[in-house]
Design a protein around this ligand. Structure first.
Ligand code: SF4
Length: 308
């Protein structure tokens, strides 16, 4: 794929090229837990993580997962005129359970006829060869993405935000998955983490560019009610970015990335009843438009600063 004349390589464009039709992602909460919340790594979780509804290994009934997929497909068919779907196991750590339980939950996808792919969101320290044997077993019928929460390549930041894993954990898992070769990897990163300089943020972009990661989700850090970050915000120890700061940083981040990395997301969704700050996050279309305008103003594009 050549994206050189496009501002950035949007996921919607990738999906259209790949599947020849409109594809909609259906997000599922399959009732998994997280080692950074259940006390295995920590009880506090990442400082930005919303713990509403967090459940300690509550087993989600099969029917409930099936129902979520069915509802998501209905919405995608009616609202977005989608023809195919990717089921995204999104909430918490979706590889954090015994393999037989993972299989039981992932297998539910097989009973829907119009599923093109599966995406599994997880932490870099919760993926091993046994889990990958299972995940890769879906790759003959579906496009499979592993979505790895990285957030930053800087360990001092990862410690500050209480991630409970290091950059080398990410790298090890990334290389293991890529060496096996059947599953695409999407790295999640956050722009605006406390204490990070612009150069450090761009360091994360350059590292992901060198890795030629298949996909990236870029989020602006935002404060959700009930999180540790909210305390820091009210104590004036954390100041959220302005929309213009975010737009400038996100645009430059794209310039450093590998041109063929698919940008799965470049803003964030947060229901307004949970959002503390910054409130511009609620105007997602404005954020996206401003990024496109900035790219045009700079005569820029994804990969402009990328060096082979
Ligand atoms: S790894 Fe994910 S689910 Fe776990 S505490 Fe961090 S953000 Fe929350």
């Amino acid at each position: 794929m050549e994206n050189i004349h496009k501002p950035y390589y949007k996921f919607s464009d990738y999906l259209k090229e790949r599947f020849g039709c409109r594809v909609h992602k259906v997000s599922v909460d399959a009732g998994f837990s997280c080692p950074n919340r259940d006390g295995t790594k920590s009880k506090d979780g990442c400082i930005f993580c919303d713990n509403k509804g967090f459940s300690f290994n509550v087993r989600m009934p099969e029917q409930t997962i099936r129902h979520q997929i069915k509802k998501g497909i209905e919405a995608g068919l009616n609202k977005f005129k989608a023809e195919k779907f990717i089921v995204y196991f999104q909430s918490y750590t979706n590889t954090y359970a015994p393999v037989n339980e993972l299989k039981e939950k992932y297998d539910i996808v097989k009973s829907f006829y119009n599923i093109a792919g599966i995406a599994i969101g997880t932490r870099p320290d919760c993926v091993n060869n046994e889990v990958m044997d299972l995940i890769e077993s879906y790759a003959s019928d579906f496009e499979v993405w592993l979505e790895l929460g990285l957030q930053s390549i800087h360990d001092k930041t990862l410690q500050l935000i209480n991630r409970g894993h290091s950059y080398s954990d990410f790298l090890e898992t990334y290389q293991m998955v890529k060496n096996r070769g059947k599953v695409k990897v999407c790295a999640h990163v956050i722009i605006g983490l406390p204490g990070e300089t612009k150069d450090e943020i761009m360091g994360t972009a350059r590292t992901l560019a060198n890795l030629k990661v298949d996909g990236v989700k870029i989020h602006p850090l935002h404060v959700i009610k009930g999180t540790k970050l909210e305390q820091l915000f009210w104590d004036k120890q954390y100041k959220p970015m302005s929309i213009n700061e975010y737009v400038d940083l996100a645009t430059e981040f794209l310039e450093h990335l590998w041109p063929q990395t698919v940008i799965q997301r470049i803003s964030a969704d947060c229901p307004k009843e949970y959002l503390v700050a910054p409130l511009w996050l609620l105007e997602k279309n404005i954020v996206l438009q401003k990024i496109e305008d900035k790219i045009a103003e700079k005569e820029s594009f994804q990969g402009k600063l990328y060096k082979e």
